[in-house]
Design a protein around this ligand. Structure first.
Ligand code: GLN
Length: 485
């Protein structure tokens, strides 16, 4: 079968050239063949998936199909999906079967999309390499000795290995964009509040945002049409007018002002990655864009600020895992307190425990003002930096990650180095802005992502800007060696 994207599959389904059952069966076979090595999926349930595909075909035959009906995609395991194991990559939820659908899952079900399964991820979305999952590390299809990035590394590896044409993912500090960059994919983290967080297992609620990951910008736009929208069940959901993200994707971009922040090209950036980004910017100049120098002076504070705020929110969110109502419970205990302690000690992995400890510390009396409050103040300054930059440019560009995919086990024992993976992505989460990564080249046959940051609710423009690049280049079509069958 050809290496189709979501758009092509949608056209073929509507022209009756292929059935959902056929295309779904194809991906299930790919999963069977490749997943034992890559470990991108935690749960696959062929019977349920094929039943959904059959229903989709009936819907299409009756002429009741939506543009997304019958398209198989994967869901990240951070989303509750009714009657599906929903583990969030943790032993704490290794036996948790969700009793309801997250809004995002429901949105895809409602349009008749087919769920191929639940993808692997770092435990509770904490990580940049997909090595903290209770269900084992995920391998990068471009080089099996390397990491796919994280935390949504399962979704990224699944698409890169052609086990699905698209997948959902979440981004609290970079977890859509960094794995997209390391696996040669297109990924979009929308404006905070644009996609519902209902039923998405909470890590750091003021930063968490779900978005699409696929091969191309066009495919991400189609997924955004399903995912974006106001939800009364999420108190931070924004009542933003429904948009068609595919509508302006073909618009020319001459006259576009691209801001290049000098802080994104500073120390720490691999010089070969920098070269790829520079040549991508040159392509944009050919498309008629102009370059403006901008500054985001607080960029280097984004990691310290994030590692105060995200753990603070996580320590509070994760207090619900007590072994009482759902999830893991220790086998032997003396009394209630002992049960709580042993459950949490055995159920959480090291990185999660580290965050809970830091979070509890920065929120404690006496330290709250020194750490948490200070971090909130700097968060405000980071937003102000972007506000200023967007007065003189339409989008900001730079690298997504400081390097290409690194070796497995290389950084897992050195959390601070691991945290630096998100140096260019975290500030957009702190400001609530949308950010995107698109394949822009390669270094030693490993993909490099270009980051595009937009102003609030400028996803339509960003997808358009990305699509124009993808019309001129083939990086988003590159397939890892030996994996196309
Ligand atoms: N790598 C960052 C962290 O470990 C971001 C994770 C994410 O975006 N979910 O927290």
């Amino acid at each position: 079968m050809e290496d189709w994207g979501i758009k092509e599959i949608s056209n073929l389904l509507r022209e009756n050239k292929i059935s959902s059952l056929e295309i779904t069966t194809h991906y299930l076979q790919q999963i069977k063949q490749k997943n034992p090595e890559i470990n991108a999926f935690i749960t696959v349930d062929e019977t349920r998936t094929l039943a959904q595909a059959k229903l989709a075909d009936e819907r299409i035959q009756k002429g009741e199909g939506d543009i997304f009906t019958g398209i198989p995609i994967a869901q990240t395991d951070i989303f509750c999906a009714e009657d599906w194991l929903t583990s969030c990559g943790s032993k704490m939820l290794h036996n948790f079967v969700a009793p309801y659908d997250a809004t995002v899952v429901k949105q895809f079900n409602d349009v008749g999309a087919v769920n191929l399964g639940k993808t692997n991820m770092d435990e509770f979305a904490m990580g940049s390499s997909n090595e903290t999952s209770y269900f084992g590390a995920v391998k990068n299809p471009w080089d099996l000795t390397r990491v796919p990035g994280g935390s949504s590394g399962g979704s990224a590896a699944a698409i890169a290995a052609r086990m699905c044409p698209g997948a959902t993912a979440t981004d609290t500090g970079g977890s859509i964009r960094q794995p997209a960059s390391l696996c040669g994919l297109t990924g979009l983290k929308p404006t905070y509040g644009l996609v519902s967080r209902y039923g998405m297992i909470a890590f750091a609620s003021s930063l968490d945002q779900a978005g699409p990951m696929a091969k191309s910008s066009e495919d991400c736009a189609m997924m955004m049409n399903v995912m974006a929208g106001y939800d009364v069940k999420d108190s931070t959901s924004i009542d933003h007018k429904k948009e068609d993200y595919t509508k302006n994707i073909d618009q020319p971009i001459d006259g576009l002002k691209i801001g290049l922040p000098k802080e994104f090209f500073a120390e720490g950036l691999d010089h070969n990655v920098a070269k790829v980004i520079e040549s991508a910017i040159d392509q944009y100049k050919k498309l008629g864009a102009t370059i403006v120098d901008v500054s985001l002076p607080n960029t280097n504070l984004s990691i310290p600020v994030y590692y105060v705020l995200a753990p603070a929110e996580a320590s509070s969110n994760l207090s619900r895992y007590d072994g009482v109502r759902f999830g893991y419970r220790t086998n032997q205990y003396d009394d209630l307190m002992d049960m709580y302690c042993k459950t949490r000690q055995e159920g959480f992995g090291d990185e999660v425990k580290r965050r809970i400890l830091i979070g509890t510390y920065v929120l404690s009396a006496g330290y709250y003002d020194a750490y948490y409050l200070k971090a909130q103040q700097i968060r405000h300054l980071i937003s102000e930096d972007f506000k200023k930059a967007f007065q003189v440019c339409d989008v900001i560009m730079g690298p997504t990650a400081p390097s290409t995919a690194f070796k497995a086990n290389e950084k897992i024992d050195d959390p601070v180095t691991m945290y630096l993976q998100d140096i260019f992505t975290i500030s957009t989460n702190l400001a609530g802005l949308p950010g995107m990564s698109i394949p822009a080249g390669s270094v030693n046959e490993l993909p490099v992502g270009l980051q595009i940051i937009g102003n609030y609710f400028s996803e339509g423009l960003m997808l358009n800007v990305a699509h124009q690049f993808q019309k001129m280049t083939d990086w988003h079509k590159a397939v890892p060696q030996g994996l196309l069958s």
